[in-house]
Design a protein around this ligand. Structure first.
Ligand SMILES: *[C@@H]1O[C@H](CO)[C@@H](O)[C@H](O)[C@H]1NC(C)=O
Ligand SMILES: *[C@@H]1O[C@H](CO)[C@@H](O)[C@H](O)[C@H]1NC(C)=O
Ligand SMILES: [Zn+2]
Length: 591
């Protein structure tokens, strides 16, 4: 089915009305200078769009058939086509509000799109083959100035042993290269001998860091290598950003919370934010040049007039990840009893830094995976709320500050109660649950897994923000929704033993709850409630067009949903190519 354009003209300002109706949209758009048309199209002209159905997620008017857009915002929503205009062309497609990813990494996602993808490589052989193949296509890489970058390896696929530097001397086609490859959770890097040769000898000891093998550096130990990594320059970063946005738009994503951005990168964002291809709204969490510090000189609070960049929050880091036994636990790991992980910052420093930032007017978002890190984050938040608002209750104070725990992955029952009491916002990645389900229980044991780990429904009252943590997981929101609704892998549709029961299915969400987690909840958690993640008057005119209404899409199809069109600020930023408009089982699709 060829798709039909959704542009329907209803009203235009008086001066333009006659010309537009005479010449038509295309003519006038090309007849006027670009700066003028842009201003006019985004600023002055009302456009009304009608669809087969519109799910608004607005409580006052949940369903609609048309809306009017002006100046990049919704200016009117009509429950009924006939009230919108006399003769509206029948529009195909079913609309939902534009999707938000509540926790991702924009530049790193673009970097992934420009590096060797090791996700899903099942063996060292496969990793090496992918490296050789990639290097053949990008022969300019591998020098001291342009390292081969990659992400997605997992030692679990190498018979459980960590890789070593010499594994990156693969053969005549791939040797003496500068290589740095991120582990699947981005908490470890694996580097080649050429990179090791740059480092001091002996290697320094770093608290909160581990060097499990020659060539692998985890958590804070990555800081030993990073000073030698030739940072992508501004041009390269700009390409990463634009590539990332283009890809996100294809997935129906109109906004994202960028979970840790250096101030220089926020400045770069600001320079680019008015470009025509800046089509994802970014809520940037500042990360100080030195992690877990108070760096007011690097910090600014601002929103750009076009609503496409917002900065008023900071990211702190409590601990590492479960996969590498880096998350900080109250009790030792079940499968590594000598270890309970490690904190990246002690409780008193975390509290002090949280207080400093909150006092300076910033939202504080703390990365916490293990139950000890989550406990410390909650302690830091409560201490800060008491300090900030002596006059009102901590719960009220939290409504103003909206402190968040990024990941909220393993939370002791006592601390869950405290989160409820004070309304601490959990920021959760449903696909982390389904990616970690094969090994989580061996790390944690049954009791801790059941009571503490990867909770979703249990935390629902806290309006959890959902996200993917891209590039750690694929950015596809529909995979995230599927993982939340089924607690099964969105890649296979199955659980970790190949069956069809969800993993701890008591923690599943409904489709509606999951959708709220990718729209209204991230809006609230970024102080954009009423503006983002909803179709209502005054909100950003961001929406997604699907082939079917989401509510009647069967669960198994959810993970394969593709987006027909994505619109940001009233402008269409993605349209699925016609060829892919074929039915899902069309002959053009290969297995
Ligand atoms: C916490 O860490 C800071 C900075 O590393 C250090 O100065 C302080 O003594 C530590 N506090 C405790 C209680 O260990
Ligand atoms: C996977 O699902 C099957 C039912 O199809 C069930 O018997 C099995 O216990 C499940 N495995 C896990 C790890 O939940
Ligand atoms: Zn992250």
């Amino acid at each position: 089915m060829p798709s039909i354009t959704n542009l329907v003209w209803i009203s235009v300002p008086l001066i333009l009305a006659a010309i537009v109706y005479q010449l038509g949209f295309a003519t006038i758009a090309t007849a006027l200078p670009e700066f003028l048309t842009l201003g006019i199209l985004q600023g002055l002209i009302d456009e009304t769009h009608c669809y087969a159905s519109i799910k608004t997620l607005s409580s006052s008017q949940p369903q609609a058939e048309c809306f009017t857009v002006s100046g990049g915002k919704f200016t009117k929503v009509y429950s009924d086509k006939t009230t919108a205009i006399d003769a509206v062309n029948g529009q195909t497609g079913h609309v939902i509000p534009g999707l938000w990813d509540g926790h991702g990494h924009l530049i790193q996602y673009g970097e992934l799109l420009n590096s060797v993808n090791l996700f899903g490589a099942e063996s060292m052989d496969e990793v090496q083959q992918r490296l050789v193949h990639y290097k053949n296509s990008r022969p300019e890489l591998g020098t001291s100035q342009q390292w081969v970058r990659g992400v997605g390896w997992d030692q679990a696929k190498f018979d459980g042993r960590y890789p070593v530097a010499s594994d990156l001397e693969i053969g005549d086609d791939f040797k003496d290269q500068y290589v740095m490859l991120d582990r699947v959770d981005i908490h470890c890097i694996w580097v080649s001998q050429k990179v090791l040769d740059l480092l001091p000898s002996p290697l320094p000891q770093v608290p909160g860091g581990e060097i499990p093998e020659k060539g692998v550096f985890c958590d804070n130990a990555m800081d030993i290598v990073m000073p030698y990594y030739p940072r992508p320059n501004k041009e390269t970063k700009t390409k990463f950003i634009k590539d990332a946005m283009e890809e996100l738009n294809k997935l129906g994503i109109v906004g994202m919370h960028d979970a840790g951005v250096l101030s220089a990168d926020i400045n770069l964002y600001e320079q680019l934010v008015n470009d025509e291809d800046w089509n994802v709204r970014v809520y940037a969490m500042l990360e100080c040049g030195t992690r877990n510090t108070f760096c007011p000189d690097e910090a600014r609070r601002f929103s750009t007039p076009n609503g496409k960049l917002h900065a008023r929050s900071v990211k702190l880091f409590g601990d590492g990840a479960l996969g590498s036994w880096g998350s900080a636990m109250i009790e030792p790991y079940r499968d590594k009893p000598e270890s309970s992980g490690s904190l990246l910052v002690n409780a008193s420093t975390l509290s002090d830094v949280t207080k400093d930032w909150a006092t300076a007017g910033f939202q504080v978002n703390i990365h916490a995976i293990g139950d000890l890190a989550n406990r410390n984050a909650i302690d830091a938040f409560l201490g800060t709320l008491n300090l900030l608002c002596p006059e009102i209750s901590p719960r009220q104070c939290q409504k103003q500050n909206r402190f968040r725990i990024e990941h909220s992955q393993i939370i002791h029952p006592d601390d869950q109660i405290r989160m409820f009491e004070f309304g601490i916002i959990p920021s959760i990645q449903p696909t982390h649950a389904t990616s970690d389900m094969p090994y989580a229980e061996s790390r944690l044991g049954k009791k801790r897994t059941k009571e503490e780990a990867y909770l979703m429904r249990s935390l629902l009252k806290l309006n959890p923000v959902l996200g993917s943590d891209f590039p750690v997981e694929p950015a596809n929101v529909f995979e995230g929704i599927y993982a939340a609704v089924t607690r099964r892998s969105p890649h296979t549709g199955l659980n970790s033993t190949g069956g069809t029961d969800g993993w701890y299915p008591a923690e599943t969400l409904t489709l509606q709850q999951a959708l709220i987690g990718f729209t209204a909840n991230p809006a609230y958690a970024s102080f954009l409630e009423g503006k983002a993640g909803v179709i209502q008057t005054g909100a950003y005119a961001d929406w997604v067009v699907l082939d079917e209404p989401l509510d009647t899409t069967d669960v198994e199809s959810l993970r394969k949903v593709t987006v027909k069109e994505t619109w940001v600020a009233g402008k269409r930023v993605y349209k699925r190519p016609e060829a892919e408009d074929l039915p899902p089982h069309g002959s053009s699709e290969s297995g």
